[in-house]
Write a protein that binds this ligand. Sequence first.
Ligand code: HEM
Length: 420
Amino acid sequence: PPADEGCCPFRDATSRAPGVDPNGCPVSPQAASFDPFDSDYQLDPAEALRWSRDQEPVFYSPQLGYWVVSRYADVKAIFRDNQTFSPSIALEKITPVTQAAQDTLRRYGYAMNRTLVNEDEPAHMERRRALMKSFELEELAHHEPMVRRLTREYLDRLVDKGEADLVDEMLWEIPLTVALHFLGIPEEDMDTLREYSIAHTVNTWGRPSPEEQVAVAEAVGKFWQYAGRVLEKMRQDPSGHGWMKYAIRRQKELPEVVTDSYLHSMMMAGIVAAHETTAHATANMMRLLLENRVVWEDLCANPSLIPNAVEECLRLSGSVAAWRRIATTDTQIGGVAIPEGAKLLIVSASANHDGRHFENPDALDIYRDNTTDHLTFGYGSHQCMGKNLARLEMRIFLEEFTRRLPQMTLVPDQTFTFVP
Ligand code: HEM
């Protein structure tokens, strides 16, 4: 390659591994060995990328075929500019789909279309505006009694047992039930949709084997068809609360903006967007707080600290570790040349631990005044629409747990596993 022109300015010329990036620059040994599916990254993505934040904040990963971005300022700049960095690949499958799985999906008439999160402008903003009302604080307030009731019911069941798997027995289920209520899904359909929802995640972000792919495709296909039937049922009577019902009503006014295909896709994608993100963020929050006993006791003594504690947990240990964009033109990030068509893995978990933005970044500090700057919900025009529902759920969980079970502790020496 030509002398280091356009190459990463942070790279140390003495430590190079074989392999070149799309600019023709040599790839460093750490970049060459970066693998987001290995256990270091899975267990603690921010820690696994500490070297990158310090030495090579934008690097090409030959294993992944993506540019990885790890510093706060760079991740935020990418989120902010959705023209140069399109979100169109946000839900692209990480593992290529086998022919057998494609055939299976086709049999079910699976036709998942773009949904807000991976849509370009101007279509995206038109839809986002048309569908925003259900996410406003006064609308969300309608859901608060339901969240509190569910939390208390589940806690009642756990309290006398003495020991519980919080994820299996509570934190997985409640955000799913809340998501289904939020969408306005009829009670009688909840159990079936509950069964299918996990398949969608494995299908998008997982590493299923060829055999698993077919099984997952079966479930995704069934999920798709069932979602269509529930939607038809909702069309019969779209009155009342619920985002999908609201969307059906908006379709009458704006048929070009809120299309049939969009409604069907959103019905399926919405469940996943609202469910696992919140379930995992809550599980991470409970773990983090119980590992920091002084903070936990502060919250038990003073519940008004809870909202900021939720935010700080989302910063330190949020559930969405990274997001994706694709460069629509030749550009630069942090001084590194990025060619048109380059795929970017923007690691918000790493950005949230960047000492250039957060003082003492690895400490859980619920008194921090810039906690809400975290990028766990993304940033800019695609920023998570459901962030206030997620916050509401996490706050209520903490209010109820600290009140009912201030003495609770983590089971020692347990092994935690993560969804890849
Ligand atoms: C802790 C929980 C959650 C996390 C960490 C999370 C994270 C995210 C992220 C990273 C994005 C992409 C942001 C971007 O591209 O800038 C996003 C978008 C979105 N989220 Fe969430 N989310 C959570 C909960 C929810 C909930 C509860 C709902 C629905 C009730 C929801 C609905 C959406 C929607 C509709 C979008 C697309 C917005 C757009 O592209 O305009 N999310 N979320």
